[in-house]
Design a binder for this molecule. Structure first.
Ligand code: FMN
Length: 156
């Protein structure tokens, strides 16, 4: 089972979240590719059973580098059906639009026919770091990655 974690990060916070998520996915025995989103082509999305995308919150939405990959993925529309998806973000403020950022990414995944798991506890839509990756954000990243791994194993 192969999982892609593609992220954009200018000042390192979203990248730090990506690295925590990757460490747990590896602990769970999954094959993982961690990559900055600019280095991922839309065609490469086809290779993975699970796709996790991270973006900083920019004006309450995703960074254009992430949107670019999602828009280019239209070339493979229909081919991502049934893959497991997830999203994470970092923002400066608590009410700074981090959830709308997550939902923008998840919306695109749903339109692709991907499977998304919410969470009844913790960060409902995906892990969020506010300001920096504190203990709470780290725990939410770890919890997200563990649940993602467990569901992927059940699905596959
Ligand atoms: C262009 C731009 C827009 C931003 N917009 C928001 C915003 O709407 N809400 C917010 O809380 N933080 C906003 N921020 C702050 C970033 O989301 C925050 O610093 C984030 O952790 C950066 O992630 P990175 O360290 O991975 O680059 C913005 C930052 C930039 C550069």
């Amino acid at each position: 089972m192969k999982v892609l974690i593609a992220y954009y990060s200018k000042s390192g916070t979203t990248k730090e979240m990506a690295e925590i998520i990757v460490s747990v996915l590896k602990e769970e025995g999954l094959e993982v590719r961690l990559s900055s989103v600019e280095k991922v082509s839309s065609k490469e999305l086809l290779e993975f059973d699970g796709i996790i995308i991270g973006s900083p919150t920019y004006y309450g939405s995703l960074a254009y580098q992430v949107k670019k990959l999602l828009d280019e993925s239209v070339s493979f529309h229909g081919s991502l059906e049934g893959k497991l998806g997830g999203a994470f973000t970092s923002s400066a403020n608590i009410g700074g639009g981090n959830e709308t950022t997550l939902l923008s990414i998840l919306e695109a995944m749903l339109i692709h026919g991907m499977i998304i798991q919410g969470d009844s506890r913790g960060d409902h839509y995906g892990p969020v770091a506010v300001g920096k990756v504190d203990k709470k954000a780290e725990n939410n990243c770890r919890r997200f990655a563990k649940r993602f791994s467990q569901l992927l194993k059940r699905l596959r």
